[in-house]
Design a protein around this ligand. Structure first.
Ligand SMILES: C[S@@+](CC[C@H](N)C(=O)[O-])C[C@H]1O[C@@H](n2cnc3c(N)ncnc32)[C@H](O)[C@@H]1O
Length: 193
């Protein structure tokens, strides 16, 4: 985002993710240990993608925050503003209240601004109480499946956004050198009317 926008506010609930991002941003080398097999691991260095130099990185402000508290930030947080672009990457189905996050978007997105939501809709009660899932269950009355992408569209349209893009976005998470999780997130783009 920092390659395209003048300024980026970037937050995550995990302080250790934020500390790691700030470490890379300050030019320090970040080393992590990755599993190879059994007890064996190896140390690797984290590097930036091409084209992300110190100048680009300096446009980002990293901080620990809660995506369910966007509304509070919009009202109270110093330096928090309204934005032309918002990216929520693989976040929605990790939130205790995804609807609270989506409902705050009209407050923080400028007219004509775009929200990109990337999510595999992996609903788990461990993260989101079932009554707050945005789909992923059968309608208790009709028994018909209620798909998350339909519910997301309904919520985003009610919040004043129109869908402008949809694509399938594969990603891979390494478990060890011979085992990977293959995930296909759905990426959708929404413009504020
Ligand atoms: C599946 S990971 C995705 C990480 C990263 N965004 C990506 O796409 O690679 C889910 C992330 O959501 C963060 N998260 C969970 N609850 C959150 C919340 N309430 N507010 C902000 N971030 C949250 C977690 O700390 C974790 O980094």
């Amino acid at each position: 985002m920092a390659k395209t926008f003048d300024h980026v506010e970037a937050f995550d609930f995990s302080q250790s993710f934020i500390t790691a991002a700030q470490q890379i941003q300050s030019g320090e080398e970040l080393k992590i240990s990755i599993p190879v097999e059994g007890d064996i691991s190896e140390e690797v260095s984290v590097v930036q993608e091409p084209g992300v130099d110190a100048d680009v990185m300096s446009k980002v402000n990293f901080w620990q925050g809660d995506a369910c508290a966007l509304s509070e930030y919009a009202e109270n947080k110093e330096g928090f503003s309204t934005y032309d672009g918002v990216v929520m990457a693989n976040l929605l189905c990790r939130l205790p209240n995804p609807q609270a996050c989506l409902s705050a978007l009209p407050q923080i997105v400028n007219k004509g601004g775009v929200v990109v939501i990337v999510t595999p809709f992996t609903w788990l009660e461990e993260y989101t109480p079932k009554h707050l899932w945005l789909g992923g269950m059968n309608d208790p009355v009709s028994g018909q499946p209620m798909y998350s992408k339909d519910k997301l569209k309904e919520i985003m349209e009610a919040n004043g956004f129109e869908k402008i893009h949809e694509e399938q976005m594969p990603l891979v998470i390494r478990e060890h050198q011979r085992k990977y999780q293959y995930i296909i997130s759905e990426a959708t783009g929404w413009r504020k009317k």
